[in-house]
Design a protein. Sequence first.
Length: 265
Amino acid sequence: MTKEMLDLKSVNYDRVLRRYDIQMESKESPEDLAARMVPDDPLLKRVAEDVVFMRYKSVNDDVNAAMKGYTPEDVIEKGLIRGMDIVGELYGRGIYFLPHVMVAADAMDKGVKICEQRIKGIRETRGKVVMHVAEGDPHDIGKNIAAVLLKSNGFTVIDMGRDVPIDDVVQTVEREKPNMVTGTALMTTTMSAFPKIAEKLQKRNINIPFICGGGAVNRAYVESYPMGVFVAKAIQGPLMANKAMEGWDWRKLRDNWDKLTSVKD
Ligand code: B12
């Protein structure tokens, strides 16, 4: 190997790190985009920016500072999730790459854990929920947030994690007898697990609401199989779970979906 070959100064990293699957839409920098999309409030702004700029070290202090003025649920929804939305936008535009997204997701996860410690769950459990991310899918941020909110509303959560095989979900539901089961899918290649789970549960005479969310699915898709009830936001989890505890079945949840989800979050 010659000395020139090891001279990293001659490497053009702009070319090495270029993504070829995306056409750059604009020359807007992460800073420009963040300035347009972050919340106005300075406390929430810092939290959102910690996620966008992957400031893993300052998340802790900034989340704690924000919780002096806001509830942990608000810090998650209006600070951390807003930051991740911006990261998604930057990724979609080809400005951020997967490594950025992974570090930002870690920063977000750290922030959610701090909020979770602060959220006081009601001691007595109000019901049981089995949660999972679809087989083949690693995207668990939304599911983790929904789990925190369900726990903080007094529900016992059996969190099966991500990339969960269809039969494991079915067996866990059979064994644990929850009041509600949830699924998250962010990839078009993984969302087809949901109708398969629903079919297997129905064959075992299990008819509980199957709450499905994640960027890959929409209401029409989720309502195309039995038991499916669509959710667009994590905050809708406790809403659905409370109704399930009142005895609403999946058909009633679907029929009243517009009214239920129009509640301000
Ligand atoms: C973060 C991220 C990652 C991270 C995931 C880290 C983690 N631990 O989750 C990493 C870097 C690992 C990753 C990897 C990949 N990713 Co990715 N990723 C994203 C990104 C940027 C953000 C997703 C996210 O977390 N959003 C924020 C959360 C909060 O949103 P959410 O999960 O939808 O949850 C909200 C609601 O849906 C709802 N919700 C969700 N679940 C539930 C459950 C209940 C009960 C309730 C009530 C509510 C609820 O509540 C939340 C908000 O309130 C998206 C782009 C985007 N803009 O969405 C791509 C994206 C999802 N990824 C994508 C892809 C393709 C991949 C890879 C295959 C890339 C690759 N070529 O390797 C790999 C996966 C490889 C593999 N199979 O293992 C594609 C999927 C395309 C598709 N439609 O199929 C996307 C859309 C990017 C794109 N535009 O191409 N990714």
